[in-house]
Design a protein around this ligand. Structure first.
Ligand code: GLY
Ligand code: MN
Ligand code: MN
Length: 441
């Protein structure tokens, strides 16, 4: 795969130089990021590198204060921060295989950078703030430039696809281990720890905070706590957990049930509908149309299970499916779990906002080969959304007896990561489960 990294850098360089030229900049200086102190504290928040920097140097995800200079006529220059620091380990100057792609220059203070960059007028800078060594002619976070680079980031290189595929393989191992812990009666906390251990990640490696939700917690879309105590009986585990491979994210959800019954049948039904929708996913498809199709499929499930006594069209008209499926079908995936540019229709930054009745849809683009997206329908019993429906006219079609029986099970989400190809899709998640002899997941 090493060759694909060098091709990735070459293509990124070509593109970046083109954008710089068209916008009148002599080069681009990208900061890896800075550490942030907590309020009235001398400790720092966990470091998160600038994703634009990571697209070039994904191997330095834990190093603040590094800078990358991209300019025509020379290899990208990586200014690597090597301070004298007896409190922390200063990582040695890198010398791995990928270093070939860069000219690597160690620096230990801003004065060195100022003189190294003395001949660089008119740079574009992408960083949280203008660095102390900046020249007056430099422009910080030029909107049009970043918009254009963000737009192109949606189409992944072979290298990036490799990383996303590997991230999925890792995350799937975590899901299988976590399922075992759930079946053994583990608490949310224990399931979370089992997951991390299975993939050798610590929390700061994770692309987002794990959602480890037992029973009714599965109805909280981004449930953020982990109970140390297991409930008396664990009926549902909704596990939304990813992994990180060379800076690239997996974002996978599976919903496990302890026993048989209506809820387990619902999980199976949603799984079938998710697979049915996947057949419609491919190059040229409008993600907004896919999202609407998913609502129709969910309405079919609600009708088939006698949860809602209306045909799909009538359910959609009355907004009933949005009570059970209140989030978007999916989003772009890459260096960020919700990768940039989901509403951008072109490099100039024309935005297409989601339809008014689906405000949480993060992706409104027409899919292209190289896009990697999540397909993550859900079907939940969320009391705060059900209550208003219960008391209005549309609610008369709902089988409240059955809904009330299912509220303790929380909800279901099934989330795959798929790459759009010229021929259709590659489903990284389901392929990885199948490789682990779990084609049922
Ligand atoms: N894990 C957050 C999401 O699925 O978008
Ligand atoms: Mn997601
Ligand atoms: Mn997710």
């Amino acid at each position: 795969m090493h060759a694909s990294f060098f091709q990735h850098i070459e293509a990124l360089e070509q593109r970046t130089l083109g954008v710089l030229e068209s916008q009148g900049f002599s080069g681009l200086l990208i900061g890896s990021g800075v550490l942030h102190k907590r309020f009235r504290d001398d400790n720092y928040y966990p470091f998160r590198a600038n994703p634009q920097f990571l697209q070039w140097v994904p191997f330095l995800s834990a190093q603040p204060d590094c800078w990358l200079l991209v300019r025509a006529g020379s290899k990208p220059k990586l200014f690597y921060y090597l301070p004298t620091d007896f409190w922390h380990l200063t990582p040695a100057l890198p010398s791995e295989w990928w270093c070939e792609a860069f000219e690597i220059i160690a620096y230990s203070d801003a004065a060195e950078l100022r003189s190294a960059l003395a001949d660089t007028a008119n740079l574009a800078v992408t960083a949280e703030r203008q660095p102390g060594f900046a020249q007056e002619s430099w422009t910080l976070n030029h909107d049009r430039l970043n918009t254009e680079l963000d737009f192109h980031r949606a189409v992944k290189s072979e290298w990036e696809l490799h990383c996303l595929r590997e991230a999925n393989r890792l995350a799937v191992k975590g899901h299988i281990a976590a399922e075992g812990c759930f079946r053994a009666g583990g608490s949310e906390y224990e399931i979370h720890q089992t997951y991390l251990q299975a993939i050798a990640h610590n929390e700061r490696d994770m692309p987002y905070d794990n959602i480890v939700a037992l029973n009714e917690h599965a109805a909280v879309l981004h449930y953020q706590f982990q109970q140390r105590q297991a409930p008396e009986t664990s009926q549902t585990l909704l596990l939304d957990a990813g992994a990180n491979y060379q800076g690239y994210a997996a974002d996978i959800t599976r919903t496990f049930t302890a026993g048989e019954g209506v809820f387990a049948d619902l999980v199976h039904a949603l799984d079938m509908k998710q697979k049915q929708l996947l057949k419609a996913v491919g190059a040229g498809t409008d993600f907004v149309v896919l999202h609407r199709q998913m609502h129709t499929l969910i309405a079919e499930v609600l009708q088939a299970f006698d949860l809602v006594r209306l045909d799909p069209e009538a359910q959609l008209e009355r907004g009933i499916t949005s009570v059970f499926f209140p989030h978007g079908l999916g989003h772009l995936l890459g260096l960020q779990v919700h990768d940039v540019g989901g509403w951008q229709q072109d490099a100039a930054g024309t935005l297409r906002e989601p339809p008014q009745e689906h405000p949480f849809l993060r992706l409104t683009r027409i899919l292209e080969p190289g896009h990697v997206v999540t397909i993550e329908p859900g079907l939940y019993f969320i009391p705060s959304l059900l209550e208003p429906l219960r008391s209005n006219g549309a609610g008369s079609a709902v089988n409240w007896t059955l809904v009330d029986e299912l509220i303790p099970y929380g909800g279901i989400r099934i989330e795959d990561n798929v790459a759009i190809t010229a021929e259709g899709i590659e489903n990284y998640t389901r392929d990885a489960f199948a490789a682990e002899q779990r084609p049922d997941l």
